[in-house]
Design a protein around this ligand. Structure first.
Ligand SMILES: NC(=O)c1ccc[n+]([C@@H]2O[C@H](COP(=O)([O-])OP(=O)(O)OC[C@H]3O[C@@H](n4cnc5c(N)ncnc54)[C@H](OP(=O)(O)O)[C@@H]3O)[C@@H](O)[C@H]2O)c1
Ligand SMILES: [Zn+2]
Length: 318
């Protein structure tokens, strides 16, 4: 099979041919149809996990059909279309501690997959398995209620889905992005207002809007996140899903005067994947995708890093 792998820490992606893997106990083999490019894939290149070994095939937004079933697997059968996200179950991470979806086939764990609803095509479903599940579950976990104003900081793979989920949950989302370029598309996706963070400090602009109950931070920029916290309403919360090494600068006064909360989020409920796919299918939530082939992996990856993609790069395979 063809696969794109990372040969070693910090090394560029390379297209290789390798033997088709055979499923072991508790596994199925998936013939991959689509795989999204998530910012989280940078962790595999940067060597950010103690259990990461090279070469490693990245990719954790995978959709495909079951092509071979491991000896002891009874709950899945040949031909079923499944989705595989970041969690491979039992502390495994797809594309990081075991090989992921930048390939024609992968081995997946039977206890960490969800069936894909018929309404979703593979390229629509792929980004939902990480960008979708993360934003869907983060907003579900928040205190914001229908009718509340919320803000989405960073309009990329996660952010553009977050706008849509917020709208579907009855919230009024405000998009915060660098420059004006993403304004029209953000509004089309459902945002009720747009803040250009190159032009205005998000904290000031959000204060002016008033009554912002929740901010979902998807931009990996701690300075921007720290500033945005000032724009929260009293008792509002900022939920961080983006990863960054920089500390978030926030003064105790900003937290205590407004009784504001800052917390992180990652999906930990194994049922979230199915819920995300089903909700998206029924409520018309679809990612906007740019399609690539496997041999264009580096191009797709760099477009993501430069925030050029509108809004998720997806490989189509097979
Ligand atoms: N918590 C979880 O479980 C989880 C799951 C998936 C991903 N993540 C993390 O979530 C973050 C977003 O992932 P993604 O796949 O949506 O990434 P993405 O597609 O690259 O989008 C991130 C967006 O953040 C903004 N941004 C990027 N770099 C920035 C910078 N240096 N300064 C300010 N803004 C910047 C850009 O938005 P604008 O162009 O609009 O400014 C960009 O489109 C990443 O850190 C990723 O690792 C976390
Ligand atoms: Zn991801």
């Amino acid at each position: 099979m063809k696969a794109v792998q990372i040969p070693g820490k910090g090394k560029p992606l390379e297209l290789v041919e390798m033997m088709l893997p055979d499923p072991g106990p508790g596994q199925v083999r998936v013939k991959i149809e689509a795989c999204g490019v998530c910012h989280g894939d940078t962790m595999a290149i940067e060597g950010r996990h103690p259990l990461l070994q090279y070469p490693r095939i990245p990719g954790h937004e995978v959709i495909g059909t079951i092509d071979k079933v491991g000896a002891d697997v009874s709950q899945w059968h040949l031909g079923q279309r499944v989705g595989i996200g970041w969690s491979g179950g039992q502390r495994r991470i797809t594309g990081l501690t075991y090989d992921g979806g930048y390939a024609e086939y992968m081995l997946a764990f039977a206890d960490a997959m969800a069936e894909v609803p018929k309404e979703l095509t593979p390229t629509e479903a792929a980004p939902l398995t990480c960008a979708g599940i993360t934003t869907f579950s983060a907003i579900r976990s928040s205190k914001a209620r229908p009718g509340d104003v919320v803000a989405i900081l960073g309009i990329g793979g996660l952010g553009h889905l977050a706008i849509q989920y917020a709208r579907a949950f009855g919230l009024f989302p405000v998009a915060i992005s660098r420059g004006k370029e993403k304004e029209a598309l953000s509004r089309k996706l459902g945002s009720v207002a747009y803040i250009d963070s190159d032009e205005r400090k998000p904290g000031d602009a959000l204060r002016e809007l008033g009554d912002v109950q929740m901010i979902l931070a998807t931009a990996p920029n701690s300075a921007l996140i720290g500033d945005a916290i000032r724009g929260l309403a009293v008792d509002g919360e900022l939920i961080v899903v983006s990863g960054s090494d920089e500390h978030i600068p926030v003064s105790p006064g900003v937290l205590l005067n407004g009784r504001r909360t800052v917390r992180g989020w990652t999906s930990r409920d194994p049922n979230d994947l199915k819920k995300t796919l089903d909700f998206s299918a029924k409520f018309g939530i679809r990612p906007m995708v740019e399609l690539f082939s496997l041999d264009q992996a580096s191009i797709a990856f760099n477009r993501m890093l430069d925030a050029e993609v509108r809004f998720r790069a997806v490989f189509t395979v097979n």
